[in-house]
Ligand binder design. Structure first.
Ligand code: TXA
Ligand code: MG
Length: 310
């Protein structure tokens, strides 16, 4: 692990597990390392990255504007599957945040991620910028093998992929904008609207974005496997099929996953989309789970996976 932290500090890339999905990390203050990160992912420079930090104290390096409700969120849900966005005018024009006057911060709970960030901090680091370790618009990786399949060929021999097994949650963090007087969910995840509302005791901001901020909901098409993703239709013979375990497989369809709960659905979703591609299937039909708990995030991702396919 110390080797990985040192390698990051020298400007190399390190892929690491988190409880949500695998990230591909770079020193958030190193311009050259960040440039390589964007190029490995084929991601446009205008798309901001999440900076992974070790403690709330470290957030002070990145922003001075932390509202009280954000402190409550941080105390309740960090370390964990939640990203908070704060404003910072002085960061405008920076590469790490896509040039915006704001910064996204997260303290993950995965033990390997925690140790890596702590050791990087001990070496003088201020945070690890890490997007999901997949090519732009593709499916996020939930095990180390997915990372090598997706971006292995684009890494150099000095870069490292840490293997922490399968991600427990399997779907990206909830992103909450903490820029205005009320929190606003920009990307749903395992920390749900209800959990946020119960924690902060105020209503969430909803409705149309009032600024030109680039945020996750902007991309209608994302999280796409090669197979066509079709939602809530009866699978035809030869098509892949994913649904909660109590739903029967249509005759001739190829059952790829039978999760027993929405949580299992989330943790199996991306691996199942990848499996459809490994099996060279043209189509995978998914029966959406109920929109409760992490189900809201699953539906959000699947609507993007299937965009223009329906
Ligand atoms: O669970 C996760 O959040 C994973 C793990 C590795 O931490 N990371 C992740 O990163 O999903 P990425 O880059 O694949 O998605 C981050 C999203 C992007 O859609 C980006 O637009 C949004 O976060 N984002 C980052 N900084 C932002 C900012 N300052 N303002 C608005 N959106 C921001
Ligand atoms: Mg991503």
């Amino acid at each position: 692990m110390t080797k990985a932290a040192k390698s990051l500090k020298r400007g190399n890339l390190v892929a690491f597990p988190t409880e949500t999905v695998y990230g591909i990390g770079a020193d958030a203050t190193n311009f050259n390392a960040l440039s390589r990160l964007f190029s490995v992912k084929s991601r446009p420079h205008s798309h901001p990255l999440i900076v992974h930090i070790a403690s709330l104290d470290q957030a002070k390096h990145w922003t001075t504007e932390i509202p009280n409700y954000a402190l409550s969120l941080a105390e309740n849900f960090w370390p964990g599957p939640m990203t908070l966005i704060f404003s910072n005018e002085s960061l405008a024009g920076n590469l790490v945040n896509g040039g915006q006057a704001s910064i996204a911060l997260r303290i993950p709970s995965d033990p390997i991620a925690s140790q890596l960030i702590s050791e990087f901090t001990a070496l003088g680091g201020h945070g690890i910028a890490a997007p999901s370790a997949n090519k732009y618009k593709s499916v996020s990786p939930t095990q180390a093998q997915d990372v090598s399949d997706e971006i292995g060929p684009y890494l150099s021999h000095s870069d490292i992929i840490l293997d922490g097994g399968k991600c427990s949650i399997g779907i990206e963090s909830t992103i909450i904008s903490c820029i205005n007087s009320k929190p606003r969910i920009l990307r749903p995840g395992a920390i749900t609207a209800e959990m946020i509302k119960n924690c902060v005791g105020i209503d969430l901001q909803t409705g149309k974005q009032e600024t030109k901020l680039r945020y996750p909901g902007i991309e209608k098409s994302h999280y796409r496997p090669k197979a066509r993703v079709v939602l809530n239709k009866k699978a035809k013979p030869g098509e892949g099929f994913m649904a909660l375990s109590h739903i029967d497989t249509p005759s001739g369809a190829i059952r790829l996953a039978s999760p027993d709960s929405v949580e299992q659905f989330a943790s199996q979703l991306y691996a199942t989309l990848r499996l459809a591609d490994k099996k060279l299937l043209d189509t995978i039909c998914v029966i959406l789970p109920p929109a409760s708990g992490v189900g809201v995030a699953i539906i959000d991702r699947l609507l993007r996976s299937s965009y223009k396919n329906e």
